[in-house]
Design a protein around this ligand. Structure first.
Ligand code: ATP
Ligand code: MG
Length: 411
């Protein structure tokens, strides 16, 4: 039994009114690009949904990619049946039998788009329902709250039968809500924060601060691997690699041990804000989670956050570490994140970092560091290396060789 088409439903609750058309157009474009390795597919757009005709392509392949596309609420694999009552009954029965979790209750809902069909929809509900009941011991009908609703859409050319509903990633189509810069460390949290921001429709460019040669080549590779994983969800993914050694050294030598992390984070924000300006981003996204470490207390967030004037988005701010780890595993970043390579911040960890740093004091230290310090920040910005990453290194090579079509911008 082969699936003929897929019904993809858009987030109906997410978006209402004038933005709907934009939402649907963007999402359909992104679906097409994401599924372009299956050239036989044809797309028919309808209100709040799209029908994808497989034309022989594998449903499993398409579904595997669809489940990770933001903006999709759910989708269903549909089989095509000849019109004959016996064929429709048989296909319906097979569909119910194929379900992973055998249901206890079901109902049949027939929609007759082709009005000449000899049985009307109420008759068909009974004719098909009775056949399933007879052949499935233990199954009952429940018209109010069935575990499974078997839908049959009878059209002129064929009948379409389906009952599975696969949950989509939800959220907004990528980029629908603008662009942000993600502070991407090699840790567990920031890739998850990036994934959440993208899910909410934010296009992301990542910024990573490294202290090469104090931090290793492997630490850099780790971040590149994480960024490639995010590129699976977010399409072409730009990574800015900022040389941070000089700035960090200047901070460490300023003799304010307990404020090193605060000062470092502020420098990161200042640099990121400039990169945001250069790249048309209107927000900074971090992996901060309230109370997790000294630099993420409310006092620290205040003293650090004041260094930037763009909105600071912290998708994980109220999320428990165990839940963050669960998400990291689900999106496929966890295994990379736990590789034990030194991050630039772990090089300079003070014995007792301030948990409630004084904004005044921090600003005073920066003023004292003065012009030479500002120059180091400028140099870090100027020395930033840009990498355009794709899901895999092979993809990157292929894309840079061939001049890409505009739609390829996404995936
Ligand atoms: P993560 O697991 O994301 O590293 P963390 O719990 O280790 O988070 P911190 O090291 O305090 O937390 O960092 C807080 C946030 O600051 C990170 O989530 C990230 O957004 C940003 N950050 C930290 N280090 C770097 C870095 N080297 N480059 C870019 N951003 C960084
Ligand atoms: Mg970290």
């Amino acid at each position: 039994m082969n699936y003929e088409l897929i019904i993809v439903r858009f987030g109906e609750i997410t978006i209402k009114g004038r933005n709907r058309n934009r939402f649907e157009t963007m999402l359909l474009d992104q679906i097409k690009v994401a599924l372009k390795s299956l050239p036989s597919l044809e797309y028919v757009r309808s209100y709040a949904r799209v029908y994808i005709h497989l034309n022989g392509a594998s449903y499993e392949k398409a579904a595997d990619r669809l489940k990770d596309i933001y903006g999709i609420a759910s989708f269903s694999p549909v089989i095509r049946s000849e019109h004959g009552l016996e064929q429709i009954r048989e296909h319906s029965l097979q569909l119910i039998r194929r379900l992973d979790n055998a249901p206890e209750t079901f109902k049949v809902s027939v929609h007759r788009g082709w009005k000449q069909y000899p049985h009307d929809s109420i008759e068909m509900n009974h004719l098909v329902g009775a056949h399933i009941l007879r052949n499935t011991p233990g199954l009952k009908v429940d018209v109010r709250q069935p575990e499974v609703e078997l839908k049959i859409d009878i059209q002129h050319e064929a009948a379409y039968v389906y009952c599975e509903n696969v949950k989509g990633a939800g959220g907004f189509p990528l980029g629908m809500n603008g662009k942000g810069m993600l502070l991407l460390s090699g840790g567990i949290d920031s890739p998850v924060a990036g994934w959440m921001a993208m899910k909410q429709g934010l296009r992301i460019e990542a910024v990573h601060f490294h202290s090469y040669p104090f931090t290793s080549e492997q630490a850099k590779e780790k971040v590149i691997t994480l960024a490639r994983r995010l590129a699976y969800y977010g399409g072409k993914f730009r990574l800015h690699l900022v040389p941070f050694t000089e700035v960090q050294t200047a901070i460490a030598q300023s003799g304010n041990d307990s404020l090193i992390i605060t000062l470092m984070r502020r420098a990161m924000l200042k640099i990121t804000e400039r990169l945001a300006e250069q790249n048309g981003a209107l927000a900074i996204v971090t992996g901060d989670s309230l109370g997790q470490v000294a630099s993420q207390t409310l006092g620290s967030m205040n003293a650090i956050g004041r260094a930037a004037s763009l909105p600071l988005l912290r998708p994980l701010v109220m999320t428990d570490k165990m839940d963050i780890i669960g998400l990291a595993k689900r999106i496929g970043t966890y295994e990379t994140s736990i590789l034990p390579f030194e991050d630039c911040c772990t090089l300079f960890v003070p014995k007792s970092p301030a948990t409630n740093p004084s904004v005044k004091q921090v600003e005073k230290i920066e003023a004292e560091l003065g012009e030479p310090y500002s120059r180091l920040i400028e140099e870090a910005i100027a020395g930033t290396e840009i990498m355009d990453l794709r899901e895999s290194a092979e993809d990157e090579e292929r894309k840079s060789e061939a001049k890409t079509a505009p739609e390829d911008d996404w995936f």
